[in-house]
Design a protein around this ligand. Structure first.
Ligand code: SF4
Length: 321
């Protein structure tokens, strides 16, 4: 699979089949918490990345082969900002014609102020933009955006989307310990959230190894406190738990699925066990073999062991630009 990955474990969207429209990190932001790593160069240039036909053909084949075991959601995610793709509307329409599995668009929301970009995403079942800051200064600290998108434009886009979009509008706030968590910042966030008026506010934190190693998750207490500030719309993001479905993926195939999964982002062994749906023993064997062959390695983040992909020399070169 070139443009699909997973299904991967998602705290917010269960077993989620991912669509990654990019071959390398491409984003308007360079968030300190990004689990894909640093953005080589932020951009606001909309372009064609993954060819729409290729993405749709791949998805068609996947859905045919897995018709008795469909994912909970099909999610635009992965290594970049999906609204930078000029043909995202064609891809969303194509998916909607192909399946009833709901389409989720995770976006940093930075381009929604542009009318043409906003029009392209209106058919997604779930629109999930982010807001991590209540003021321009914190926005610069957390999201480190391209200069072309100041805080005011981000807010303008989030408000415009609320007016135009008719599906489930979920705003995500990711709290980073000590950066966007003082009381004043939380209250400013609350003010913007009230203006935007999303259907729900997903409160998230840094669960996976971030772009900047100095960045850490907030405590559950902080998440609970912010949820109280937000009120009834708050949905603190819980730890992912699998559905307990067991599949007979093994050998080469299981190892290939693991490599694809951790190639998108580091995962814990438990997350992969739940998401792929194999036994603990099969997963442990496969992980051990991949470790021994030098394809993956263990990475500690906040005391939790994750499995990460050893990058190819070419990829390392790209991400160091
Ligand atoms: S977290 Fe999302 S918006 Fe931020 S840099 Fe990574 S891909 Fe871009």
């Amino acid at each position: 699979m070139r443009w699909l990955f997973g299904p991967v474990p998602s705290r917010r969207f269960g077993r989620s089949l991912g669509i990654d429209l990019f071959t390398r990190k491409t984003c308007t932001f360079n968030c300190v918490y990004c689990e894909v790593g640093l953005t080589p160069r932020t951009t606001d240039t909309v372009d064609v990345f993954a060819p729409a036909e290729e993405v749709l053909n791949e998805l068609r084949q996947y859905l045919t082969e897995h018709h008795d075991d469909l994912p909970d959601f099909i999610t635009f995610a992965g290594s970049g900002e999906p609204t930078l793709h000029r043909d995202i509307d064609t891809i969303i329409h194509g998916i909607r014609e192909m399946t009833t599995v709901p389409v989720v668009l995770l976006t940093n929301g930075s381009l929604l102020y542009r009318e043409n970009v906003l029009q392209r995403v209106l058919d997604a079942d779930y629109l999930v933009p982010s807001l991590d800051a209540g003021c321009p200064e914190t926005y610069q600290l957390v999201n480190r955006p391209t200069a072309a998108i100041p805080f005011e434009k981000l807010i303008e886009g989030l408000l415009a989307a609320r007016k135009a979009y008719r599906g489930h509008y979920l705003l995500e706030v990711l709290l980073v310990d000590g950066i966007n968590t003082d009381e004043g910042e939380l209250l400013k966030l609350k003010k913007w959230i009230d203006k935007i008026n999303p259907d729900a506010v997903q409160i998230n934190t840094v669960f996976r190894p971030p772009a900047e190693s100095s960045v850490h998750a907030v405590s559950e207490k902080t998440i609970r406190h912010f949820a109280e500030i937000i009120g009834e719309k708050a949905v603190p993001v819980a730890y992912y738990t699998g559905r307990g479905v067991r599949r007979h993926v093994q050998g080469e195939l299981l190892r290939a699925v693991i490599l694809k999964t951790v190639g998108i982002r580091p995962c814990t062994v438990q997350e992969m066990t739940d998401s792929i749906g194999v036994s603990q023993k099969a997963m442990a064997n496969a992980v051990e073999k991949l470790m021994a062959s030098g394809k993956i390695y263990a990475l500690d983040f906040d005391g939790v062991r994750h499995i990460a992909l050893v990058e190819e020399p070419e990829k390392q070169k790209d991400s160091s630009k």
